[in-house]
Ligand binder design. Structure first.
Ligand SMILES: Cc1ncc(COP(=O)(O)O)c(C=O)c1O
Length: 450
């Protein structure tokens, strides 16, 4: 742990960038002028050129405790040295059991079982499958419809893109899952621009669910899935009362509510999960990213009491030797589980969720300090998240955002853009001076941009 670059020859640019088909990337442009990271520590990446880059995005909303934290690295090293892999189909090893205990105990309310996987996308597909199968094992097999939301992001599996609502993520991939419908997004710039925390207007967007219930009949609807705060589509924060109303409508009709907490989990809002922050309890919670601080891929579905029992009761009654016909080779992988345990311990030891809550007012001031900056048409914030919406260039949606991203990197700050919305979500260890620097960089970049 000497702060040097990766053990491979990563401080030199690779000879050929071509074969790696990069995800969600403008490959042609990248390969002409690559941005390559060599190492990371705390709040900073170091580029292959040796430049320090302040991480304004916790990698990709993953590294909530900051980078290359010693206890997590050590846990990974020690585990891989004595248990590299062990199956979890009809046998096991202690680590995921311990992690499931810790994880379910972190969520206030009756959450008592956890299914593991390897990513947010897999967590979403697992949760959708659990929801469908739950109704079926209880003899309510007509409940097969899934409801998502416009502008929702639930990863890239077929389940996730079906319930998701980002046009480009869906339009290339055929008819997707049958029987999926969407409520509208809560984004309402006209009424809610420059909101601090939860916007005032828009609780009635939840009533869209009533419309779909009336259209399809409640007896056909299995589950509704939403992100408590939509991140990947540009930081859409739920209006006051909105999540509560969704919960009430789901209760009224026996529909399961799934919160996709892949980015809101692990302190991002100043509490362990969004469910705690908003005081609304879903039936299933998906998480990933911050579960291992991004060190080893891992995802999970946390289940409310009664879900797991429906499967075990069904298996008992029908004489099954498997209750849920779903799982991955790496569900509960020992090294990932060790990283998860070390990460949760670190969050606890350093009280990082509380730290995020304490910093949130300062963060909010910094976000709204950008008011009046060139191109900015909205600023919004919650916890340690900021959405900075820019006016798009006519006919060129995303061009200004992309340039802002590259210019910020050149200026020493990693920001994330989706279209022309900048989304910031730093590690929870960020200092006030670093918050100032991050926003000063964004301001300078925007003022200089066409
Ligand atoms: C809410 C949400 N769900 C699911 C995912 C997908 O996670 P992954 O990229 O790990 O598959 C993401 C990723 O950003 C996300 O933000």
């Amino acid at each position: 742990m000497d702060g040097s670059a990766l053990p491979v020859n990563a401080d030199a640019a690779p000879n050929n960038l071509e074969p790696f088909w990069m995800p969600f990337t403008w490959n042609r442009r990248f390969k002409q002028e690559p941005l390559l990271l060599a190492s990371a520590k705390g709040m900073y990446y170091t580029s292959v050129e040796g430049e320090q880059i302040l991480d304004g995005t916790a990698g990709l909303w993953c590294c909530n405790a900051g980078h290359r934290r010693e206890p997590i690295v050590r846990a990974v090293q020690e585990t891989v040295e004595h248990l590299d892999f062990a199956p979890t189909f009809q046998l096991g090893h202690p680590l995921p059991f311990e992690l499931a205990n810790r994880l379910s105990a972190m969520v206030p309310g009756d959450y008592d079982h956890v299914a593991f996987c390897n990513s947010g996308s897999e967590a979403v597909d697992s949760a959708l499958k659990i929801a469908l199968a739950y109704h079926r094992v209880r003899g309510d097999a007509a409940r097969t419809r899934l409801i998502g939301r416009e502008r929702g992001y639930h990863g890239v599996g077929f389940g996730g893109i079906s319930v998701g609502g980002i046009v480009k993520n869906r339009m290339f991939f055929g008819p997707l899952l049958n029987g999926v419908d969407h409520i509208r997004s809560t984004h309402d710039l006209e009424r809610n621009a420059y909101s601090r925390g939860q916007p005032e207007h828009g609780v009635e967007f939840a009533d869209e669910l009533e419309r779909l219930v009336a259209l399809h009949d409640p007896s056909t609807i299995a589950a509704v899935i939403v992100e408590p705060v939509a991140g990947s589509t540009g930081v859409l924060i739920p209006p006051k009362g909105y999540l509560e109303r969704l919960r009430a409508i789901c209760d009224k009709y026996g529909i399961l509510l799934i919160f996709d907490e892949v980015i809101t989990g692990f302190g991002r809002l100043g509490s362990a999960f969004g469910t705690e922050h908003f005081g609304v309890q879903p039936d299933l919670i998906t998480c990933a990213k911050g579960l291992t601080n991004g060190v080893i891929p891992m995802g999970a579905v946390i289940c409310r009491k009664g879900i797991y029992e429906a499967f075990t009761d069904w298996a008992d009654e029908t004489g099954q030797t498997i209750e849920l016909f779903h799982g991955y080779t790496y569900s509960g992988h020992p090294v990932a589980a060790a990283a998860g345990l070390a990460t949760l311990a670190l969050y606890q030891e350093e009280q990082l969720f509380q730290r995020a809550a304490d910093l949130a007012p300062y963060w909010e001031q910094a976000v709204h300090g950008l008011k009046g900056t060139r191109h900015v048409i909205d600023l919004r914030n919650i916890g340690l998240i900021a959405g900075i919406e820019l006016e798009s260039r006519p006919g060129k949606v995303g061009a200004r955002g992309y340039e802002a991203f590259r210019k910020a990197f050149e200026a020493g700050a990693l920001i994330r853009v989706t279209g022309d919305i900048i989304a910031l979500s730093p590690p929870l260890i960020i200092e006030k001076a670093e918050i100032d620097r991050l926003f000063q960089t964004v301001r300078d970049v925007l003022q200089a941009l066409d």
